[in-house]
Write a protein that binds this ligand. Structure first.
Ligand SMILES: O=C(O)C(=O)[C@@H](O)CO
Ligand SMILES: [Mg+2]
Length: 274
């Protein structure tokens, strides 16, 4: 049975952020992920996890100035010191929340980037990821990289699966892994099951959504039952993050998860029974 995690940056946004944990547990989730924890003290997040008996599965490193349009620091030449601070800060939260994965977003290429600029980003990316993986290994954590589609995020440095695999190989750290988001892969490349099979040994985390609208996984062009079946036959033991924007209410849209172990209110009943 696959293990589903709720992405609290996209699901349960009907609630204030700290209330989303209980909402996720009530819907039957045992794990949560989200973009960034940094607006909250680690102890407040830890309490929210504990009160709802949830695992913290994943979050992202500080991404630079998100509101100004930045989307990560890992490949940005000249921002290495900031990237290192971001690694230290993320690992402080990861330790406090007993979280075993952090995602290092690559950042954007300038619109007019030529081959020289691309090469500089690539070299910076490798050096920064080496540093991040080394620091993360000291606290038993994985660092993840995720190809993101350039329709949603124009200019994102890491957009293709083969590029990610080449980066993982060049860095060669055991705890540097692939965050395989099937939504992005479908938009850019398709051929999902073959990608899954080829990359299986490098995968540290999986995320899902329907395509093209990024709604529930039972909407759109990806046939997730076939993907889940293949994941199970491959013996995937990690988490599958539900990183989609519900088409309506989050709870109403979760019917698809019932056959994948999401039993609404079972966890709350267990909790209230002590
Ligand atoms: O957008 C996604 O997909 C993610 O997984 C985020 O962590 C990055 O925006
Ligand atoms: Mg993703």
């Amino acid at each position: 049975m696959i293990r589903l995690a709720a992405n609290l940056s996209m699901l349960f946004t009907e609630h204030a952020f700290l209330d989303r944990f209980a909402a996720a547990a009530d819907a039957g989730f045992h794990g949560v992920e989200y973009l960034f924890p940094y607006a909250h003290e680690p102890m407040a997040l830890k309490a929210a996890l504990q009160e709802s008996d949830l695992r913290q599965v994943l979050f992202n490193l500080p991404p630079g100035d998100w509101d100004a349009g930045e989307r990560g620091l890992a490949s940005l030449p000249g921002r290495e010191a900031e990237f290192r601070d971001a690694v230290v800060e993320a690992l402080r939260y990861a330790e406090a929340l007993d979280c075993q994965r952090v995602h290092a977003m690559a950042g954007l290429l300038p619109a007019d980037a030529d081959a020289v600029v691309r090469a500089a980003h690539h070299a910076t990316y490798l050096n920064n990821l080496r540093f991040a993986a080394n620091e993360a290994a000291k606290v038993g954590c994985q660092v993840l990289i995720e190809p993101i589609n350039t329709r949603d995020m124009p200019g994102y440095f890491l957009s293709r699966q083969a590029q990610a695999m080449a980066v993982l190989e060049a860095v060669g750290a055991d705890n540097l892994r692939l965050q395989f988001d099937l939504y992005h892969c479908q938009v850019m490349e398709g051929d999902l099951i073959r990608h899954l099979e080829r990359q299986f040994g490098a995968i540290g985390h999986i995320q899902i959504a329907g395509v093209p609208q990024r709604h529930e996984p039972d909407r759109g062009e990806i046939h997730y039952p076939a993907i889940f079946e293949r994941l199970e036959s491959l013996g995937y033991a990690g988490w599958v993050g539900c990183e989609y924007r519900p088409a309506g209410g989050t709870r109403q849209g979760l019917e698809w998860g019932r056959e994948h172990g999401l039993t609404p209110d079972a966890a709350r009943n267990t909790r209230s029974n002590g």
